[in-house]
Design a protein around this ligand. Structure first.
Ligand SMILES: Nc1ncnc2c1ncn2[C@@H]1O[C@H](COP(=O)(O)OP(=O)(O)OP(=O)(O)O)[C@@H](O)[C@H]1O
Length: 337
């Protein structure tokens, strides 16, 4: 378990003190995949780097498995960092070393014998599906392969925690998905705790169980990914989700429609009920679906539909009331009543 206890980090910028992380106070449970989202400069990297003390804290404490590591030095720090692997957006592989040597390097540094090193490197290459690339140099690998090497290296000394700093931001969609499946598999197989910071909310949606949202150094919201994506509590989270979801109706479509336009959100068990059909039948109205999707977050459905309603004013009002009561959320985009 990782625990932030009132953690703040300040930097001196142009003779002024700037607080990059402000009073972070929460826990990441053992074995979970935890995401940290937020806009650029929110303090995500700084907070992540406090876990393995790449970043010292200005105040507060970091506890790993119940032990206060905040003031660790030398030997203790070396052991801590062996247990906490880290991967980065740009992989950080040594260019002059082969895949094998990149991984063997950290094992040798931890005092492993030649035989132990060889066995472990081969085991790791197998794990990340790169057995045939042992003698390749990073320059001859694809982005996804480089990140696989970086993940193998991060786990070489049986790390129990893996910190991922924008691990897929330099990768295309297909490679992103294969790296995320690998991380999910590693979490499942070995119970590794994974902390992942990203500005790509799809990454959080596809592999994290819980997440924190940061804005200007503060953790503004924290909870289950499904809850945060379906019912954000904070305005900042709502804005972040709508700016990055790219799922809005174009203005010119809204202007063109005659009847009221509503945005319906369906979630959980009710997402599969034909509510719109019931409303149309009961209140004798028509509907015109303008935009819609159903996605699955942690295997739970989240549906969003933009619909134009067609009919007389009174039945439309009743239908809107009915839909509001029977869906997770209803927003009237354009009244038209
Ligand atoms: N070593 C440093 N010295 C001074 N300021 C720093 C230092 N490291 C980070 N900062 C500042 O702290 C703030 C938070 O930076 P951080 O990299 O943690 O944000 P982030 O949320 O990870 O953003 P991004 O997604 O753009 O990387 C930024 O304003 C940054 O300029």
């Amino acid at each position: 378990m990782i625990e932030f206890k009132h953690v703040s980090v300040s930097f001196k910028q142009h003779k002024q003190i700037f607080e990059a992380v402000n009073d972070a106070h929460f826990k990441i449970e053992k074995g979970e995949i935890f995401g940290i989202a937020g806009s650029s400069g929110a303090g995500k990297s700084t907070l992540l780097r406090t876990i393995n003390l790449l970043q010292t804290v200005s105040s507060g404490e970091i506890l790993v498995d119940g032990e206060n590591v905040t003031n660790y030095r030398r030997t203790q720090l070396r052991i801590l960092r062996r247990n906490i692997g880290m991967v980065f957006q740009h992989f950080n592989l040594a260019r002059n070393l082969t895949v094998y040597q990149n991984i063997a390097f950290v094992l040798k540094a931890a005092g492993k014998s030649k035989v132990e090193t060889e066995t472990r490197v081969n085991e790791l290459l197998d794990l990340v599906n790169l057995s045939g690339k042992s003698n390749s140099y990073p320059a001859n690998l694809s982005g996804g392969e480089k990140q696989r090497v970086a993940i193998a290296r991060a786990l070489a000394n049986d790390a129990k925690i893996l910190l991922c700093d924008e691990p897929t931001s330099a990768l295309d969609l297909e490679t992103t998905s294969s790296i995320l499946s690998l991380l999910k598999d590693l979490n499942k197989k070995f119970g590794i705790t994974i902390v992942i910071i990203t500005h790509e909310l799809d990454v959080i949606k596809s592999i994290c169980t819980r997440c924190a949202v940061m804005n200007k150094g503060s953790v503004v919201e924290i909870g289950d990914v499904y809850d945060i994506f379906t019912k954000p509590r904070e305005d900042f989270t709502r804005q972040l989700l709508s700016h990055t979801s790219h799922f809005n109706l174009p203005e010119q479509i809204i202007d063109k429609m005659q009847g009221p336009i509503i945005r319906l959100t369906f979630k959980g068990d009710t997402a599969n009920n034909p509510i719109l059909y019931y409303a149309a039948n009961t209140f004798q109205i028509g509907f015109n679906i303008l935009l819609g999707k159903v996605e699955y977050i942690n295997d739970l459905p989240l549906g969003i539909l933009y619909v134009e309603l067609i009919g007389e004013t009174e039945p439309l009002k009743l239908a809107i009331e009915f839909l509001a009561a029977n869906t997770a959320d209803l927003e009237v985009i354009n009244h038209g009543l």
